[in-house]
Design a protein around this ligand. Structure first.
Ligand SMILES: Cc1ncc(COP(=O)(O)O)c(C=O)c1O
Ligand SMILES: [Zn+2]
Length: 379
């Protein structure tokens, strides 16, 4: 039976309970053991929903899907060598957040909720807005004023009510909290159902590699929604005896906002307090107070992984390098590639025969305004 369990006080909630956080203020996780039979994965659903048996939505009629997922896993060349990249910028709204939004909004529908609120740097907001549009659910999305124009346009045109909040990403997170007292909070960081969608990244990667897990997985860590989802997915596959080990999980932050990197280097188990956040090209990972920061640090430790932080110059170099190979990605995605390159260079000898997998998280078309600015300043 699927249950929600509090990470702080261990209180248990039913999966039918419309809660996004524990009464004690703690984060909730979903307790669910999927029965995975890889011989029988051929389901009537396409895309990421082919793993339907591993996604704890009760009723097929609740599923809100654009048949998203099963993105290509392409091998590319970087300055550090070769590695596989999951093309998650090719999702319907242009980012991997659709994995989480599809499952979360399906659950919202199943719970009979008619209005949600969400805050985001833009991509998660656009995703939630699109899936709510398909489900006929009202939604209010809070974003920083500085969000890329393409993301703002998407949110409004999908029919959501857009709230542009002055100041930092943290100001936006604070602004939504009032609304979250009165409405269901479809938060990609707080709400545990989101991670039941992002975990399909791990299922897809393993299946695309013939059910042999990669040795190393390199993913972004702002709030870590893909990172933690992937960890859940790999763990479920290992617990089901389908893969033997969980890959080393490497989390990438930007030097200009690196609360997890700081803790990792200082061997701390909680995210560090950041005194000031500098501007960064990687708007998607500029998260000063990651709600699930302790869980991210734990997953890094448990997989013998690592956290790296990249500079603005490294982000630009990777952005141009990917663009010149024909991949139109947003700067936050380039930050992840920059981290992967740093990892490849650091462990050049050790990773010669290893399989490395990373991701393109977001499509460049959503951030063309910012990409043009970067290009202008380089000339
Ligand atoms: C394009 C892109 N990449 C990476 C991330 C980082 O995701 P997370 O905060 O879940 O770690 C985001 C988050 O908004 C994003 O929009
Ligand atoms: Zn609790």
């Amino acid at each position: 039976m699927t249950k929600l369990i509090c990470n702080s006080c261990s209180k248990v909630y039913s999966a039918d309970d419309p809660v996004w956080r524990c009464n004690c203020g703690g984060i909730l996780d979903i307790k669910f053991t999927p029965q995975i039979d890889i011989e029988n994965i051929k389901s009537k659903f396409s895309g990421m929903w082919k793993y339907r048996d591993s996604i704890p939505i009760d009723n097929d009629n609740s599923i809100i899907s654009f048949q998203e997922g099963l993105t290509p896993l392409l091998e590319i060349e970087t300055e550090g060598g070769r590695l596989f990249v999951k093309q998650d910028h090719l999702f319907p709204t242009g980012s991997y957040k659709d994995r989480g939004a599809s499952v979360l909004i399906s659950k919202v529908k199943e719970l009979g909720i008619t209005k949600v609120v969400e805050d985001s740097s833009g991509n998660a907001g656009a995703s939630v807005a699109a899936y709510c549009a398909k489900a006929g659910i009202e939604c209010d999305i809070y974003v920083p004023e500085s969000t890329s124009e393409g993301k703002l346009a998407q949110i409004e045109l999908y029919g959501a009510k857009l709230h542009k909040i002055p100041g930092s990403r943290e100001n936006t997170a604070e602004a939504v909290m009032d609304a979250a007292e009165k409405n269901y909070y479809a938060s990609h960081s707080w709400n545990p159902w989101f991670f039941q969608g992002t975990k399909t990244y791990a299922y897809e990667v393993c299946e695309q590699l013939g059910w042999i897990p990669p040795d190393i997985v390199i993913l972004p860590a702002g709030n870590g929604t893909l990172f933690l989802g992937a960890y859940i997915g790999f763990k479920e596959l290992m617990d089901a005896g389908i893969i033997e080990t969980i890959p080393k999980m490497i989390a990438i932050q930007t030097e200009n906002c690196a609360p997890l990197y700081k803790s990792y280097t200082n061997k701390l188990i909680e995210p560090s307090i950041i005194q000031s956040v500098s501007d960064t090209l990687a708007e998607g990972i500029a998260i000063a107070k990651p709600v699930r920061g302790t869980q991210i640090l734990k997953a890094v430790e448990q997989t013998n992984g690592e956290i790296l932080a990249v500079t603005e110059n490294e982000i630009k170099t990777s952005l141009y390098s990917m663009m010149k190979q024909g991949y139109y990605i947003e700067p936050t995605s380039a930050a992840v590639i920059a981290g992967a390159v740093n990892y490849q260079k650091k462990y050049r000898e050790d990773i010669m025969n290893k399989t490395l997998v990373t991701v393109f998280t977001g499509h460049g078309l959503k951030g063309t305004d910012k990409l043009l600015k970067i290009n202008k300043s380089e000339k």
